[in-house]
Design a protein around this ligand. Sequence first.
Ligand code: CA
Length: 233
Amino acid sequence: MRKVLVLEDEASIRGFIVINLERAGYEVVEAETGEEALEKLAANPDTRAVLLDIMLPGIDGIEVCRRIRLSDPHIGIIMLSARSQEMDKVTGLMTGADDYITKPFSPAELTARVDALLRRTGDAPAPPPAESSTELTQPPFRLNTTNRTLEKNGVRVRLTQVEYAIVKLFMENRGKALSREEILDTVWGHGYFGEPKIVDVNVRRLRIKLEDDAQEPKYILTVWGFGYKWNIE
Ligand code: CA
């Protein structure tokens, strides 16, 4: 069964999340504090995704996210944020979360987001070994679509699954302007409940990882009022 960890200090909200995820067929591990979440995650290495509340006693959800990402680039991470925490959302995403859900949310939205996240983060069967097109190269980058890895100047760049999917989309469409909606549809999937702004946050994060100077991007260019494109110059 697909295992999900829920970190939320408010018992009523945690109960709501747990019961709805269990109804949707997930096995749920519960944690009330960040420390407990990290311990339980270590004890449950088969956990596929974590839902992290931000405001917590002790270490907060953003710090928990950062620590999880240090050791696991692939696990799915969704931040749970209150409506007033706009900046927290962005900070959470910058530390490596894949998505966020704003409280209050409906059971349908919750399970749709978790389902979509697991589809993106490798619930899909492994691709068959392909003889062709396993590498997309544009110096200084080399993207290996079999291993799902990216190198810059021969050095591996650690990417989340979402970041990898965005880079792959860019490199398959070099020089073409891609709209936020197109990126959202391809990477997050049709029927995604979230906002196009999540694309911007992931691009900001990618620029920090890929560009020589994230303030003066040379590879991922902004197409004003539309989206982004990968520079082929
Ligand atoms: Ca809380």
